[in-house]
Design a protein around this ligand. Sequence first.
Ligand SMILES: Nc1ncnc2c1ncn2[C@@H]1O[C@H](COP(=O)(O)OP(=O)(O)O)[C@@H](O)[C@H]1O
Ligand SMILES: [Mg+2]
Length: 244
Amino acid sequence: MQDIVLLEAVHKVYKMGEVAVTALNGISLTVKKGEFVAIMGASGSGKSTLMNILGCLDSPSQGKYYLEEIEVSNFSKNELAEIRNRKLGFVFQNFNLLSRTTVLENIELPLIYGKQLSKPDTDRVHQIIRTLGLEEYQKHYPNQLSGGQQQRVAIARAIANNPTLLLADEPTGNLDSVTSTEVMKVLCDLNCNMGITILLVTHENDIARYARRVIILKDGKVLSDTPSKSSTTPASQALCETTS
Ligand SMILES: Nc1ncnc2c1ncn2[C@@H]1O[C@H](COP(=O)(O)OP(=O)(O)O)[C@@H](O)[C@H]1O
Ligand SMILES: [Mg+2]
């Protein structure tokens, strides 16, 4: 199967005046189409730095990053922005929805920014809204929704332009455990039934078990890269079997 992500000996060094901080110290890994990967590790281990590079928000200091076989490690800021709009979807801990914009408009936004279409593909948008159970909230504003509903809007927005890769940094960090489970079920469903490739940062084992593969970082290196703990029946697989 095709590699969605290929990292070869990626280093990231932040220079702060005289001091250099090595945030990533030689990361090599591949992610194939349809994978669901959790990235874990202590605070300061390099998770956010890795996500920023994978998300084309930043470039490695050394090493190579291929996104769908295109080398993006030496891309300019503009080239990164362009590939980001075209190929990536993001979900954040704080939802990051536009507060004065309706649910429907929030979801349509990346399609307009992505300039894929002069007018949003309303069929696709409505299908996504149905999939995420947001039909009755289309005209609501984010502050009229619960945290879980807001995160579902953010996920809908992230997949609106049919991304190659969905990146989620602590997507359940601001949610209670019941709502977290709901959001993880949504992500599992998108992975199983729509084949969306997902990379998720979390520090909670209960969340990581929804992934099929867990990568643990330590001091900017891969400490372990293994099938999910409950890999005989990962939570995602159990869900897939009940939903498909
Ligand atoms: N913009 C930055 N400038 C300088 N140092 C940074 C910057 N971002 C992260 N770091 C340092 O890089 C290391 C890894 O950070 P980070 O990727 O944020 O880890 P994590 O997300 O796992 O907590 C830490 O030592 C952190 O202090
Ligand atoms: Mg972080």
